[in-house]
Design a protein. Structure first.
Length: 134
């Protein structure tokens, strides 16, 4: 039933935009728009795959995200599982309350706890190295 409250309209559906910033071995993916299941996640998957292939520690800045789907939550869980042994937990930053509810409903509230611990740490803010999905 929670899916009914979290659906975007297909007519005005926003696609996810991804801006990539890197400093050394740290990479921040700034996300804006709807991170719903399907084609809207293509830019995110691509940027995430590139960063992981380079062995970078990836942080997701969700302050501009308006909606998330379960496929997005699953990808974040996979990222956390891959990164945790290498650089510790905490892949999410600036999670809006509405987005946090979806993570809790999907049973991924442990990702939010790690995000709260990292909330005071500064984000990587070097020159922009790439942008995907417009």
């Amino acid at each position: 039933p929670w899916v009914l409250f979290n659906r975007g309209s297909s007519a005005g559906e926003q696609h996810l935009r991804v801006s990539v910033e890197q400093r050394g071995q740290e990479c921040t993916l700034h996300l804006e728009g709807a991170a719903q299941n399907g084609a809207g996640l293509a830019a995110f998957r691509s940027a995430l795959s590139d960063a992981c292939a380079k062995g970078l520690h990836v942080t997701l800045d969700l302050r501009g995200v308006t909606q998330v789907g379960t496929a997005f939550v699953g990808l974040v869980q996979l990222l956390d599982g891959w990164q945790r042994p290498r650089s510790g937990p905490g892949v999410l930053r600036h999670v809006p309350e509405r987005i946090g509810r979806t993570f809790r409903w999907a049973g991924a509230e442990y990702l939010l706890a790690a995000a709260e611990k990292r909330a005071e740490e500064p984000l990587a803010k070097p020159s922009r190295i790439g942008q995907a999905g417009a």
